[in-house]
Write a protein that binds this ligand. Structure first.
Ligand code: ZN
Length: 138
């Protein structure tokens, strides 16, 4: 069995952002040479997510509205976690949007459904953060 590891770095220009990282994941898979196996893609930070959904801008607006209803950013003072920090909402948003995705690799390609795209979800951005890709197979 082969394994391959790579980190992707991001620094979003806004506090919250959704970045379609499917092309970088596909490039990493190609570089690994692995044709059959599994690929794990996870955020390495507790205020960011990796998830699979549709690359449709209206849906991303809906994510923003929905997450702000569940865990509004402000007032910062509403959260016990916020004292020296102001990112309690980002921890909660990440929790519901998930830490990682696992996808099948078949014939050297990501074996995704027709509309499935892999996203980096940022909830406390404007700083450098990482995503880990680990691929196992042969
Ligand atoms: Zn925090």
């Amino acid at each position: 069995m082969k394994s391959f590891r790579k980190e992707l770095w991001f620094e979003t220009q806004q506090r919250r952002a959704y970045v379609n990282i499917t092309p970088q994941v596909e490039e990493t898979l190609k570089a690994s040479g692995i044709k059959e196996g599994l690929i794990l893609v996870n955020a390495m930070h507790i205020t960011a997510s990796v998830f699979i959904n549709d690359d449709e801008s209206g849906l991303h607006v809906d994510f923003e509205k929905w997450l702000e209803k569940l865990a509004p950013e402000k007032p910062h003072s509403q959260y016990a976690h916020n004292g020296n920090e102001d990112n309690a909402d980002a921890h909660l948003k990440r929790q519901i949007m998930g830490r990682e995705v696992v996808a099948a690799i078949t014939g050297g390609k990501l074996d995704l459904g027709p509309w499935e795209q892999i996203f980096y979800g940022e909830y406390d951005g404007i700083r450098r953060k990482r995503v880990l890709i680990k691929i196992i197979g042969e």
